[in-house]
Design a protein. Structure first.
Length: 131
């Protein structure tokens, strides 16, 4: 399974320590400026409601989903391919497009990912936080 969820951080550490790409909801208010949103200081890693991709699955994730998750905003405010070693932020508008595309491409319609993305509607988008 490409996407992992854990009931606790102890469970995550037991599975793979910190060797994960973390998909994390953005809890900042919607009116927060992009500079603050992508600031390292705004992030707290290892949330229980995050979605995790084991580091050994990085290539598979990029191969299958890299194009879909392209366009995230980096900490330097540039946008581009998924940076699996840095910060990628996706606004609520980008999240809607990503969810629509994942649902449309049946072969990529992982139910764990779809469910997690659907819950992201309650947040100010989400992050992919690299290894």
């Amino acid at each position: 399974m490409l996407f992992q969820t854990f009931l606790s951080q102890e469970e995550r550490r037991g599975f793979g320590g910190s060797y994960f790409i973390e998909m994390q909801y953005c809890n900042l208010p919607r009116e927060t400026g992009i500079e603050r949103i992508v600031s390292v200081d705004a992030l707290v890693h290892w949330k229980n409601d995050s979605l995790y991709i084991y580091g050994d699955d990085e290539s598979a994730f990029v191969s299958l989903y890299g194009e879909i998750f392209a366009g995230g905003t980096y900490s330097n405010l540039a946008c581009g391919a998924v940076d699996t070693c840095g910060i990628n932020y996706y606004s609520p508008e980008k999240t809607k497009r990503i969810l629509k595309r994942v649902k449309a491409e049946k072969s990529l319609g992982d139910p764990v990912l779809i469910s997690w993305l659907e819950r992201s509607r309650a947040y100010n988008g989400f992050y992919i936080l690299g290894l």
